[in-house]
Design a protein around this ligand. Structure first.
Ligand SMILES: Nc1ncnc2c1ncn2[C@@H]1O[C@H](COP(=O)(O)OP(=O)(O)O)[C@@H](O)[C@H]1O
Ligand SMILES: [Mg+2]
Length: 171
């Protein structure tokens, strides 16, 4: 059975285990529950780590309409919801912070929750407060019958006064 999702604080950051994609979505929903308009979430982790899956959970918590899919071919997609919109950005092909500036995402930030995949090192200038999320796949052999499967660890670190005292739910 899948254990209940949840977080533990290790002194510097919040950590959670995601043994499967459903748990990753549930962790995303727990993050989504603490997010509000103006927040910036920067997602780091290799291709297939589960960044989009986590964002789907954030979208569930924000009750946005329509599916959250990889925005790879559009760079940014805005999903309206009853509360703040979810602006989902894929910064993979953006080479530098300058290009991010060119996107003019700053105009959206105040009324939306902005989640940026591949944003580490590129979008920090958009806001002084941000939630940095890193996803790691467990080392070890890949199951040939389920190559995208396997345990992930999610690490969350809040930067700036907005995130002082962040508490995420325990398992
Ligand atoms: N433990 C897990 N956590 C997250 N995704 C998982 C897990 N196990 C399998 N998957 C699958 O791995 C893939 C992750 O893809 P995706 O979320 O698009 O990654 P990324 O956006 O980081 O490239 C999905 O097909 C998802 O169903
Ligand atoms: Mg993705």
């Amino acid at each position: 059975m899948t254990p209940a999702p949840g977080w533990r604080h290790d002194g510097t950051e919040w950590r959670a285990d995601a043994p499967d994609a459903g748990t990753m979505r549930a962790l995303g929903a727990q993050l989504g529950a603490v997010l509000r308009a103006g927040d910036l979430v920067v997602l780091d982790g290799p291709l297939g780590a589960g960044k989009t899956t986590l964002t789907q959970g954030i979208g569930e918590a924000l009750r946005i309409r329509g599916p959250v899919t990889s925005p790879t071919f559009v760079i940014a997609r805005s999903h309206p919801g009853p509360g703040p919109d979810l602006v989902h950005v894929d910064a993979y092909r953006l080479g530098s912070a300058l290009e991010v500036d060119d996107l003019d995402l700053g105009a959206d930030l105040e009324g939306a929750v902005t989640v940026v995949e591949w944003g580490a090192g590129k979008v920090e200038g958009l806001a002084q407060d941000r939630l940095e999320v890193a996803i790691e796949r467990a080392a070890g052999p890949v199951d040939p019958d389920d190559p995208s499967g396997g345990q992930r660890t999610v690490m969350v670190r809040g930067v700036g006064p907005r995130w002082a005292g962040l508490v995420l739910p325990a398992p």
